[in-house]
Design a binder for this molecule. Structure first.
Ligand SMILES: [Zn+2]
Length: 266
């Protein structure tokens, strides 16, 4: 504990690397929508986040500092309104070059016209957040999520939303609430939003939340988090209550931030 306190103190004392700041400015539009105070805070959080986790490149990936910064910035973005919360349940981050298989991979069997792929029984995935385990990410999709930040799909926001959900010991799409009243409102709004998505005439074709959200309440929260941060205007129009409860929990208003950037909603 003392060690961590000292390390944070030393980190804070050093200036944020200018190259990292340029990297964030160039690659993450949300960065420009933050106030100077928020940028200063998230710069500290990014450095703590990087220093306090075990990082590993997998599947032949050489993990660089720049990659860690892009991942950390997105993870820390979720907690901008909740200072003091720092993903205590995230100790290890594994990064693959692209999507990967959980379980045995398909194997190509080469042999002229009979070349075929033998299914391996594994499932192809882009990322995972294990309860009491690592966060696993595809670097390609991590970068796409960072660069295309208005399409409502963001792998890092998704997986770290799962970690926030898991932090109270239950993976049920409800992170720790600040009060019983907030929990009641959350449950009510989330239930009706899931129902709304299931009955949206644009189901699967144009509703702001992709249908994967209906897999279970945990996935609903993770997908809703992606849309809340990347397409806040669309979410607010689709279900203002959903936008409101997420804004209340995250203590952030991405819609106002986008407006500050001078964006016209698309
Ligand atoms: Zn998920």
């Amino acid at each position: 504990m003392i060690f961590r306190w000292l390390r944070r103190k030393l980190i804070r004392r050093a200036p944020f690397p200018p190259a990292w700041r340029i990297l964030l400015h160039r690659n993450m539009r949300f960065w420009s929508g933050l106030t100077a105070d928020e940028q200063a805070r998230i710069e500290d959080e990014i450095r703590f986040f990087i220093a306090e986790r075990h990082w590993e490149g997998c599947g032949g990936l050489t993990l660089t500092e720049e990659m860690k910064v892009i991942i950390a910035a997105q993870a820390c973005r979720l907690l901008l309104g909740r200072p003091g919360e720092r993903y205590a349940n995230v100790t290890t981050i594994l990064v693959y070059p692209s999507g990967y298989f959980t379980g045995p991979q398909p194997t190509p069997v080469l042999g002229g016209p009979s070349t075929r792929v033998v299914p391996g029984g594994g499932t192809p995935v882009l990322g995972q957040a294990h309860d009491r385990g690592p966060v696993i990410l595809s670097w390609r999709h991590t970068l796409e999520g960072a660069l295309m930040d208005e399409d409502g799909e963001n792998l890092v926001l998704h997986e770290f939303a799962h970690k926030l959900d898991m932090a109270n010991g239950v993976v049920d799409g409800t992170p720790a609430m600040d009060s019983a009243e907030q929990a009641r409102e959350w449950h009510e709004v989330m239930t009706s939003a899931r129902d709304r998505l299931a009955h949206d005439p644009r189901y699967g074709l144009g509703a702001p939340l992709r249908i994967y959200a209906l897999t279970n309440p945990a996935e609903f929260f993770a997908v809703a988090t992606e849309v809340f941060f990347e397409r806040p205007q669309d979410m607010d129009e689709w279900d203002p209550d959903l936008y409101r409860v997420l804004a209340r929990w995250y203590r952030q208003d991405p819609k106002a931030r986008m407006a500050a950037l001078g964006d016209e909603p698309e």
